[in-house]
Ligand binder design. Structure first.
Ligand code: NAD
Ligand code: LMR
Length: 327
């Protein structure tokens, strides 16, 4: 039996938390032979902590063989102590009519404190995955507070967007989802994101050739994927939760699986013309568990370049809104 890893989750009693924790404890995130200790962090209010106790009771009641312990706390110094993975979900979700960037002032502050505390108390090999919106910029804020952990340990989630794009392409082509490959997300987790359809294949052929509808790819496809979060909020009255939790399972699972190629928001270091200091969705290949290289070899045509420039502009603008929180 392997040594258990410590997985800290913020916002553990929230909507995403309720779908996520059971998947982690079942082995879906770290594999069927990797025991875990869940370190569950909530805000210091009775209602949230009571709800967290209820979630922990349900986790007990699942009798998951891989779940080797739980810590329930409202103190991030306790919750992130020795954590190997910190999953930063806890933050305000947007409501109808809001853009994710509208959350920046409220949520940004949460990530300064988390970045500092994780850097101080987490394990030496700690990895951080940010889900709370606006995820790219929150991740940049948290990473900017770290002195011990290097920036590449901080990733934000665009995997939900990749999964959405894959599903939409399969639907349009009338094929099985598994036939769709190589669709990666560039830029911000916002409507400006760019799912680079020119590199996607369906059944081994270029997706554009199979679909035969360039106008849809450039317009309907991009806007359906980019505005999917808002469409779910409009329909459900609440932001996506089960699909977000599922995407986080995929995000981490791919990051611990050498050879996996997938979309992750990481410090761009200038790839594809992004500002070097913003966190942009990019295709990466996992090298060793928890580490990755950015894949820089995808050719971009003029249409793609204009989309990359637009999503980069938005990331740079978001950074300017929170300049006082960075560093
Ligand atoms: P929710 O309101 O149901 O749950 C959030 C939980 O976080 C609450 O229980 C709250 O008490 C807790 N929380 C707030 N601040 C905290 C802090 N400082 N420390 C610890 N816990 C804290 O919201 P949700 O639906 O679970 O969504 C959470 C976040 O994830 C939102 O910002 C949402 O917009 C975002 N989200 C991102 C994606 C993505 O693809 N990146 C997808 C879906 C949702
Ligand atoms: C999503 O993409 O579903 C989430 O980021 C929630 C939101 O606000 O859109």
């Amino acid at each position: 039996m392997k040594t258990p890893i410590r997985v800290a989750v913020t916002g553990a009693a929230g909507q995403i938390g309720y779908s996520l924790l059971f998947r982690i404890a079942s082995g879906a995130m770290f594999g069927p032979d990797q025991p875990v200790i869940l370190q569950l962090i909530e805000v210091p209010f009775e209602k949230a902590l009571k709800a967290l106790e209820g979630v922990a009771m349900e986790l007990d009641d699942c009798a998951f063989p891989l779940l080797k312990g739980m810590v329930l706390t409202s103190d991030p110094k306790v919750g992130f102590k020795d954590a190997n993975w910190a999953l930063l979900v806890g933050a305000k979700p947007r409501g109808p009519g809001m853009e994710r960037a509208d959350l920046l002032k409220d949520n940004g502050k949460i990530f300064t404190a988390m970045g500092e505390i994780i850097d101080t108390v987490a394990a030496d090999d700690a990895r951080v995955a940010v889900v709370g919106n606006p995820a790219n910029t929150n991740c940049m804020i948290a990473a900017s507070k770290a002195k011990r952990l290097p920036p590449e340990r901080f990733t934000a989630m665009v995997r939900l967007d990749q999964n959405r794009a894959q599903a939409q392409l399969a639907k349009k082509a009338g094929t099985d989802l598994t036939a769709v490959k190589d669709i990666y997300i560039y830029g911000n987790h916002s409507p400006s994101m760019f799912p680079a359809f020119a590199h996607a294949t369906i059944g081994g052929r270029p997706a554009a050739e199979v679909i035969g509808d360039d106008a849809w790819l450039r317009d309907g496809f991009l806007s359906t994927v980019g505005k999917r979060g808002a469409a779910i909020i409009a329909a459900r009255g609440l932001s996506s939760a089960a699909s977000a939790a599922n995407a986080l399972v995929d995000h981490v699972r791919s990051l611990v699986t050498p050879g996996a190629v997938h979309s992750v928001a990481v410090k761009s270091n200038g790839a594809y013309g992004f500002d070097p200091a913003v966190w942009a969705g990019l295709p990466v290949r996992t090298t060793t568990p928890g580490s990755y290289e950015i894949l820089t070899g995808y050719a971009m045509d003029d249409f793609a370049k204009s989309k990359l420039a637009a999503t980069n502009r938005e990331l740079v603008e978001e950074r300017s809104f929170v300049a006082e929180l960075i560093g």
